[in-house]
Design a protein. Structure first.
Length: 265
């Protein structure tokens, strides 16, 4: 498996605080069957807003060396969780290879938790025109997408992709996020599942339990594709192989949460 979204680099953002914690996160991932982790530090928001890109590169290079020295067979690849800002296109022009995933055409974009910008379709059109495929990070945790999943549907129809958090399907973020994640999954609006891990306890780098949870809903092969085949295609800068046709949520009224009420935390 490949964990496409993880805050594992120590001392960079609100993820791993120490090298020891980062090393333990990598061990947890390895034991879960994860062989590759994309380090996705927050950029352009909060504590990560002014981080030097060269600093992140050095952190990643050093951490890969530490993993090898400690016999932890997990590889760390480059990426970022890019917060949407007003001058995002300019920032991409100046730092493209530092913002995309593994120097591919794919880039994580993060919305504020309680807001979706009114001009987001224009922004995504600019990104796609510039050869960037935006992957929307955890839309199920965004209040607006959760309430109006048709907005995500419209963006996916344009060519965007979406990544849901493993913890959302397990109830880690509460019932609203669990219900939203399931609804998006039903409507073929989830293309990747990642851990979005920040630590070893509350948000560990584990994927197998989410794959097991959603297997009965979309089939075990498709569930595995969300953590393996599609993620590998991103790293190799290819079109993702599992891309089911999106379903307009306005035409689908089923509820993942109501079907799985007894399993939510």
């Amino acid at each position: 498996m490949i964990d496409l979204h993880c805050h594992i680099l120590p001392g960079v953002d609100d993820g791993a605080e120490t090298l020891e914690e980062a090393l333990e996160m990598a061990r947890i991932a390895k034991n879960d069957g994860i062989k590759t982790i994309v380090a996705t530090p927050h950029l352009f928001r909060g504590v990560g807003a002014e981080i030097d890109m060269a600093f992140i590169k050095e952190k990643r290079k050093f951490f890969n060396q530490v993993l090898e020295q400690n016999g932890v067979a997990v590889e760390i690849r480059p990426g970022a969780e890019v917060h949407i800002v007003h001058n995002l296109i300019d920032k991409i022009s100046a730092n493209r290879n530092d913002l995309v995933i593994n120097e591919s055409a794919y880039m994580f974009v993060e919305f504020p938790r309680d807001h979706v910008y009114s001009g987001v379709q224009n922004l995504f059109f600019e990104l796609l025109s510039a050869g960037i495929v935006p992957i929307i990070a955890h839309p199920e945790r965004n209040d607006v997408f959760a309430q109006k999943p048709e907005l995500l549907y419209d963006l996916v129809r344009m060519g965007a992709l979406a990544q849901a958090n493993r913890g959302s399907f397990l109830g880690v973020y509460g019932r609203t996020a669990a219900a939203a994640a399931g609804r998006l999954l039903e409507c073929n609006l989830v293309h990747f599942i990642a851990s979005d891990s920040h630590n070893t306890d509350f948000l560990p780098p584990i994927l197998s339990d989410a794959v097991e949870r959603i297997g009965p809903l979309i089939g075990s092969k498709n569930a595995r594709a969300l953590v393996s085949d599609n993620a590998r295609a991103v790293l190799e800068d290819r079109e993702i192989p599992y891309l089911p046709s999106p379903v307009d949520p306005r035409k689908s009224r089923r509820s993942f949460f109501s079907m799985r009420r007894g399993s939510s935390k």
